[in-house]
Design a protein around this ligand. Sequence first.
Ligand SMILES: Cc1ncc(COP(=O)(O)O)c(C=O)c1O
Length: 408
Amino acid sequence: MAVNSSQTEPGLSLRMEGFEAPATIAMSMRARELAAQGKDVISLALGQPDFFTPRVACDAAYEAALEGKTKYTPIDGVLALKQAVQKKFKLENGLDYALDEIMVANGAKQILFNALMATLNPGDEVIVPAPYWTSYPIMAKFLGGIPVDVMCSEENNFSLKAADLRKVITDKTKWLIINSPSNPTGAVWSKQDLLEIAEVLRDYPQIWVFADEIYEHLIFDGAVHYSLAALAPDLKDRILTANGASKTFAMPGWRVGYVGGPKRLIKAMMKIQSNSTSGASSISQVAATAALHHCAKDVEEMRQAYDRRRIMMKEAFSNMPGVTCAVPQGAFYVYPGIKGCLGKISAGGRKIENDQDFAEALLEEHYVAVVPGHAFGLSPYLRISYAADDVVLEEACKRIAKFVESLQ
Ligand SMILES: Cc1ncc(COP(=O)(O)O)c(C=O)c1O
């Protein structure tokens, strides 16, 4: 179901060859088509909070607009936001960044884009622990790099093991991307695993690290989030610590991401941003500043709601025949395995040979959109977002259970 841009499409660049829209988007597009036909579709395919942005952030943006804060912004972000980010890094992550080591962008996605574009030469390798957020390998490839998977298996709690990392490092390795808590598995990597990863990295001074910590506040069961740069201060000058407002503050549409990292890399990333999008939206930055200062209580309320839903999902999936589901400690996804459903036939006559077939049959027959694990580099699994209303989730779980039970 991936959307391929045609290789023969006239007028498009060579770069577009084989370039695919993420499967998360493809599933959502099909869900939208079915909904337009009048079907009662539930989409659990996209990774965005269902909550409204906290009021204090909206008010701050509104007032900023009325006050005329509607001009172009500095490329690296407005001072008040950078100061709020600096304070956040210090207090929450134990990281000291000078203001010229901090940059704001149009989402964490743009930070990743800037970073890879500023550093990758053709053929450079980007190590992407799988299962991964779909944009990592796509972006690495788009920018001339070669994504290299390293598997984080369910037996290892979907965490990267140092020995596995060491095996995939070559003299072409330019980046290691780490993402804890993880999209798609919800795994929170342990301090011990991160310390061992740091130990490997010490042997390879040419490797940059992109630590994507965008889900850091969505953790459960007393799990603790650790920033690699804080655990391994000697590596800090080659680590980008990336984060943003999208998940923590339910602000994905405002497009605010931020990063702390070495000055020389931040400077190069700014050059790219200044010649592409310029600085992030003026009023969004005011909203994000207010959120960083005033929204701890809202974040905790949302976290508790996600926690409740997480438990509901876990219970629903543990009762489905042929389905296994680890208890995720972070983010807002479950990543159930569906090995026991393979080889069966759905009530609608579809043979389930892989997770793509499962996801398609579930959508076509019971109108629930989820994303097949192959999109994230590990099959046969499904990524299911529980960033949705409790009642909707309950209905989705019922439909999935009905679908699974109907498999012959
Ligand atoms: C792991 C991860 N990193 C980054 C992003 C993008 O965040 P932003 O909205 O800040 O661009 C996402 C969004 O789904 C994500 O899951």
